[in-house]
Design a binder for this molecule. Structure first.
Ligand code: NAD
Length: 399
């Protein structure tokens, strides 16, 4: 009996949940488990809008990976993955080459600008704690500048995209910007918060009355929505949009792009048939043609059999994929048949700051404080599931 080498790439929700479950299911004798991640910490990707708006400090949304792994069973290597060699069964990183018998690819998401001119250079995005913090600092710098400049552009914020990220970010902004204004002696009524969305409707997964509620909540607090308005470029003055076939410049010193995500670019280089960094996986979460490679989280397109389209890339699904992968690895080590993944939808909440929100939980519509409470439950549960009760006490949002 030979101990297998299990290599997990990425310590986001999918990868870290895989490791957390593997270390429970397997004994030290069963396998060598190695986890590789660029940073020494895991970050709560679902809290980035809070960091970006300044309602939490970035440190609140991160914790050291070593805190949640059992170092008797798992070796953690902080390194950046640079290449995956499927034939040699090796992964190259900035800290050397690693062999594997079983590979779990969970390398997460990046911003997708769809090649829109100037977006990469001029807009901020919310993809990791650094970019979220940079967005916050940009807003704070521009508001501070306004005293001297008296230029309305400096107290104008443009948010591109009204998906979950855009709406949740706006929900935080209407909470934090009034405070920022107070600090700088700025009249909040002068601040321009504009959300630009290409589609005619936002958040199509929610019933209309909940979407209306969310929009009204944000409008009441000063957000201006431009729907059915695609952003076609970004520059130092803001976004360029297209209205009735004509280009129009929207002015703002702070511009944030929340209108697209894609899987890690390394996927495109490493596998065939990858679209926007995502690869379609089999029902047991392995990559077709490679019975020792799993792809999960934002780099995977896991098909929803009933609707023949992939499940959305959410933290909730990523964690379930991680747990399932750990179980399948255990089955494979025992020489048993792997199981097909099935998603257990526990509900979705879109927060509107810390006190409000909308959601669909167990088939029921919720809004207001109830939704905000559910969001805290969801955020805390993710921490508990990966890190256990001690971490939930220090990092959770229930206390
Ligand atoms: P998204 O892709 O879901 O939304 C992007 C939005 O931007 C869309 O509404 C799209 O129409 C719009 N858009 C695209 N191109 C545009 C353009 N050129 N001009 C203007 N608008 C444009 O992205 P997201 O909101 O970051 O979400 C990513 C994933 O993460 C999704 O699967 C989402 O479900 C998940 N997520 C979930 C939660 C939650 O459950 N609370 C929170 C955040 C993200």
């Amino acid at each position: 009996f030979e101990r297998k080498k299990i290599l997990v790439l990425g310590a986001g929700y999918a990868g870290l949940q895989t490791v957390a479950k593997l270390q429970k299911l397997l004994s030290h004798q069963d396998a060598d488990i190695t986890l590789i991640n660029k940073d020494e910490y895991h970050y709560e990707a679902t809290w980035l809008h809070e960091t970006a708006a300044g309602t939490i400090d970035w440190e609140e949304g991160v914790y050291p990976i070593n805190k949640v792994i059992d170092t008797q069973k798992v070796v953690f290597v902080p390194a950046e993955v640079t290449a995956i060699d499927k034939e040699a069964q090796q992964v190259e990183t900035t800290q050397g080459t690693f062999d594997y018998d079983i590979l779990v690819v969970a390398l997460g998401f990046e911003s997708e600008t769809f090649g829109i001119e100037g977006m990469q250079e001029h807009a901020h995005s919310l993809v990791n704690p650094q970019t979220a913090l940079a967005a916050r600092q940009e807003i704070e710098r521009n508001f501070a500048k306004y005293k001297q400049s008296n230029d309305d552009k400096d107290i104008s914020i443009l948010v591109g995209g009204a998906g979950f990220t855009g709406i949740e970010f706006l929900g935080e902004l209407v909470e934090s910007i009034p405070e920022l204004c107070e600090r700088h002696g700025i009249d909040y009524n002068k601040v321009k918060l504009t959300c630009v969305e290409a589609a005619p409707k936002m958040l199509p997964m929610f019933p209309e009355n909940l979407v209306d509620y969310a929009m009204q909540y944000l409008k009441d607090r000063g957000v201006n929505f431009m729907v059915g308005t695609p952003i076609v470029a970004a520059n130092e003055n803001g976004f360029v949009v297209e209205v009735d076939g004509e280009k129009r410049q929207l002015e703002a010193s702070s511009i944030i792009w929340t209108a697209g995500v894609r899987g890690n670019r390394l996927m495109d280089e490493s596998f065939d048939g990858v679209k926007r960094g995502r690869i379609i996986v089999n029902a047991d979460l392995r990559i077709e043609g490679y019975d020792n490679i799993y792809a999960i989280g934002d780099v995977a397109a896991v098909m929803n059999g009933e609707e023949s389209r992939p499940w959305p890339t959410t933290a909730q699904i990523a964690m379930q994929l991680g747990e399932h992968t750990a179980k399948n690895i255990q089955l494979s080590l025992k020489g048993e048949k792997l199981e097909e993944f099935s998603y257990n939808d526990r509900g979705t909440v879109c927060s509107l700051g810390s006190k409000d929100g909308i959601g669909l939980v167990m088939g029921r519509e919720i809004k207001g404080r109830k939704a905000a409470f559910m969001k805290r439950v969801i955020d805390s549960r993710a921490i508990f599931k990966i890190g256990g009760p001690m971490l939930a006490v220090s990092k959770g949002k229930m206390l």
